[in-house]
Design a protein around this ligand. Structure first.
Ligand code: ADP
Ligand code: NA
Length: 330
């Protein structure tokens, strides 16, 4: 039987992914390559909804692709592409936008949050219709499943509604995708505010560990990570969120259970844990940074990989769009 298909995307909105992006999302993309027919895209169309610099966007798109390859996406085992190289995405998004109610789109909490922050007059229509483009990203590939974090659940619900609505109106065209909830997905928190998530948009630099930053800098941030005044190293998210976060990162990167770590650090201090974690981070990011650099140092090869990825993606996307247009009456 054919493997179930998954699709996931990530925005090129920073010069590096941070540990939250990797441990909360991209790490699972790597494992899904072996069990699924996986499509992954760098969603650059989504990255211009709040103003941008073209040169910065181009650079970040390449860095994002290089980093995805560096952490283990393998173009032989998945389809990795850049969204803007597949014009069917905005083409399908238009059709879907005509099936989306204005009120329905207005209820998207991420838009409400972001537009409130930006101010109603500054928020773009692109930010408003973003979830519809995201629906097109998914439906074009007839994805069976979409790996999502809690923050994307509402958007996936809209995608499912739009697929069902289109199918009901025009005949069965789209696979209705299910959320692919990865068990115990790591939620990484801000090192300076361990009750908030590590986020490139909301965290201060001291609260974030970027995969591409100097590990000495990461070590310093880990040393200064906010903990509590206690001494005991136990996993208690409610009362010791800072220590819980450090243990979560450690456990994921060193591939050791939290219980094992708690046992190892019984009777030791926060300083020991932080020192060792800094070393674990260094050992992890070292090879990732080297491979990222190798990809970035050979732009022709990187472009070639992405062109091949876009061609593979387009073969699927164009077939879906053709059927869609036909059903719509174009
Ligand atoms: P950011 O919140 O830093 O802007 P994005 O929203 O671009 O990051 O998220 C990209 C992916 O990384 C999403 O799948 C999201 O769920 C995941 N992610 C982001 N931050 C974290 C975090 N702190 N912990 C776990 N997963 C995260
Ligand atoms: Na975000």
């Amino acid at each position: 039987a054919a493997r179930p298909r998954v699709l996931s995307g990530i925005q090129p909105t920073a010069d590096s992914f941070h540990l939250g992006n990797y441990l909360g999302a991209v790490r699972y993309w790597v494992t899904l390559q072996d069990t699924h027919d996986a499509f992954y895209c760098v969603v650059d169309l989504h990255a211009i909804t709040a103003g941008h610099d073209p040169r910065v966007l181009r650079r970040r798109t390449r860095i994002a692709a290089a980093q995805l390859l560096a952490v283990g996406l393998d173009p032989e085992r998945c389809t990795l592409f850049v969204q803007s190289q597949v014009p069917e995405h905005p083409q399908l998004a238009w059709v879907l936008s005509c099936l989306t109610g204005f009120g329905e789109a207005s209820r998207m909490t991420q838009f409400k949050d972001k537009s409130t922050r930006q101010g109603a007059d500054r928020a773009s229509v692109g930010l408003f219709t973003y979830p519809i483009l995201q629906a097109a990203d998914i439906l074009l590939y007839q994805a069976d499943a979409v790996p999502v974090g809690e923050d994307q659940r509402q958007h996936l619900e809209l995608t499912r509604d739009l697929a069902q609505r289109f199918n009901g109106l025009f005949g069965r065209t789209f696979t209705v995708p299910a959320p692919h909830i990865v068990k115990d997905t790591a939620k990484i928190t801000d090192l300076q505010d361990p009750t908030a998530k590590m986020s490139k948009s909301a965290s201060s630099p001291a609260g974030i560990i970027d995969l591409l930053e100097d590990p000495a800098r990461s070590a310093k941030k880990i040393r200064s990570a906010v903990t509590d005044t206690g001494r005991e190293i136990i996993f208690d998210q409610a009362n010791k969120p800072g220590i819980a976060n450090l243990l979560t990162i450690y456990s994921a990167l060193a591939d050791r259970t939290v219980d094992d770590l708690v046992e190892t650090y019984a009777g030791k201090g926060y300083g020991d844990l932080k020192k060792d974690l800094a070393e674990v981070v260094r050992e992890f990011v070292g090879p990732v940074q080297e491979r990222t650099r190798t990809y970035l140092d050979d732009p022709a090869q990187l472009d070639k990989l992405l062109t091949i990825g876009a061609e593979k993606a387009r073969a699927v996307a164009a077939a879906t769009l053709r059927t869609t247009y036909d059903r719509v009456g174009f």
